[in-house]
Ligand binder design. Structure first.
Ligand code: PMP
Length: 453
């Protein structure tokens, strides 16, 4: 196996800062009661955020409310992209629910209108959209098409990637950890960790190109051709790697040279969150063959999609039937249309850029002398703070991240952590996050950081 393919797989770190059931007895009685109830009916497969889990009853804008009426600043949830309980989305869903809710096998003008508007946000090469309910389904469909078109099975992903929950998609989601085996057709390359990558002779871009080459060679050695390279354009679960922009280009060149496709997973960065453009891949100046979108698309109403270069669907469309019962139903489309309208009318892209830049620059300023903060990075309202044991070794510090996440939660500011060791604080609020909201967040973080000194 290539070095890339041998990348060490960690246990799943996705809930590193989650609730530890062994500490149930330390919680207030009403919370204990509902956690026990939850365990009885939902079973052991679910997790809860934070040392002290939250019982949320209401959301408005960037604020969540618990059952006692306490307010929490939401710096985590990207799904309610235009803000919790946005009146435009509520009204659109309500109206549509009263009118019609059916599937894509009927002509419905609102679906046509939405599809045209959505496609107009993409480069002209991407011309067809197919609707699903979840990002996982979108990635499943994207990979099905990639395998069909190329006639190959091989998949290349980054070391900490998450692409979804179906059996197929989890087989190329290394962040799920050792308990969820990667497929024999899957090869892994390093996350584009510019902070820790160091070489006097080989640039990060060339290093990634070399990794992809050896992954492709290894697939070929096993008689497997390349179907696709798939990557989250902001590398969220890998640890938020927004730059240097351009590092994706050599990877895509190598994939295309090997006859494979490039799938941009925009489930997290998409719909303007990165501030500069509608889609994260645009920051890298490349055009994907397929793009998948989801989470923020319907502000919480389940709707997702895969966008294709039309030539990829010619034979697939002729020979394969695809029907998704709920995917792109009338109500989902109404919600998605309202989201698109609000993003434009409330100028949420420039807001993401402006407020995101402010957060990054102020975080950088006050963490300058905090030894455990190695880097503040991101784009727009997708920000990572990389915590280390010390700046000389850059050794990831997951426990510091857990501490900060829980200390902010006690201060009623909700964030999360990501990265292979759970050491990268993840700031990813609903997009109407204002400059005042940023001030509250920054004040809270400055206070939380003092516990690290
Ligand atoms: N891709 C990425 C990058 C994601 O973050 C997620 C969800 N966390 C998915 C795909 C899967 O989306 P869903 O949960 O809607 O199936």
């Amino acid at each position: 196996m290539s070095t890339a393919a041998k990348a060490i797989r960690q246990p799943s770190q996705s809930m590193v800062n989650g609730f530890d059931p062994a500490r149930l007895n330390e919680l207030p009685e009403p919370l204990q009661k509902n956690i026990r109830r939850r365990d009885r009916s939902l079973g052991p497969g679910y997790r809860l955020f934070y040392d002290e889990p939250l019982e949320i009853v209401r959301g408005k804008g960037v604020t969540l409310f618990d059952r006692d009426g306490n307010e929490y600043l939401d710096v985590y949830n990207n799904v309610p992209s235009v803000g919790h309980s946005h009146p435009r989305v509520i009204e659109a869903v309500h109206q549509q629910m009263q009118t019609l809710n059916t599937n894509t096998r009927y002509i419905q003008e609102p679906i046509l209108e939405y599809s045209e508007q959505l496609l107009s946000t993409f480069p002209a090469e991407l011309g067809h959209v197919m609707f699903t309910c979840t990002g996982s389904e979108a990635n499943d469909l994207a990979m099905r098409v990639a395998k069909y078109v190329t006639g190959n099975q091989g998949i290349i992903v980054t070391a900490g990637a998450y692409h979804g929950l179906t059996a197929e998609v989890s087989s190329f989601s290394p962040s799920l950890g050792v308990g969820v085996p990667l497929g024999p057709n899957v090869r892994v390359i390093d996350a584009p960790d510019a902070l820790r990558y160091s070489s006097d002779t080989v640039s990060l871009e060339d290093h990634l190109r070399e990794q992809v080459r050896s992954a492709i060679a290894d697939l070929h050695r096993h008689g497997i051709g390349v179907a696709a390279f798939i990557a989250d354009s902001i590398f969220s679960s890998d640890g938020v790697y927004a730059g240097p922009t351009g590092f994706l280009r050599p990877i895509v060149e190598e994939i295309h040279a090997a006859g494979g496709l490039y799938i941009a997973d925009e489930v997290q960065p998409g719909f303007g969150r990165t501030g500069e453009e509608w889609w994260g891949f645009q920051r890298h100046g490349i055009i994907p063959d397929i793009v998948t979108i989801g989470k923020p698309m319907g502000n919480g109403i389940p709707v997702a999609a895969a966008i294709f270069k039309p030539e990829l669907l010619v034979d697939f469309g002729k020979n394969i039937r695809y029907f998704n019962t709920f995917g792109g139903n009338s109500v989902a489309i109404a919600a998605a249309q309202a989201v698109l309208d609000v993003i434009r009318e409330e100028a949420l892209l420039p807001n993401a850029l402006e407020v995101g830049n402010k957060i990054v620059s102020e975080l950088k300023a006050f963490s300058q002398d905090v030894e455990q903060v190695a880097e503040v990075r991101g784009s727009g309202l997708f920000i990572g703070v990389d915590l280390v044991t010390d700046r000389s070794t850059l050794s990831p510090n997951g426990s510091a991240a857990t501490e900060i996440v829980n200390s902010l939660r006690r201060d009623r500011i909700l964030i999360s952590a990501c990265g292979a060791q759970g050491n990268v604080l993840k700031l990813r609020p609903p997009m109407p996050f204002s400059s005042n909201d940023a001030d509250r967040l920054l004040e809270g973080m400055e206070k939380a950081f003092t516990t690290l000194r």
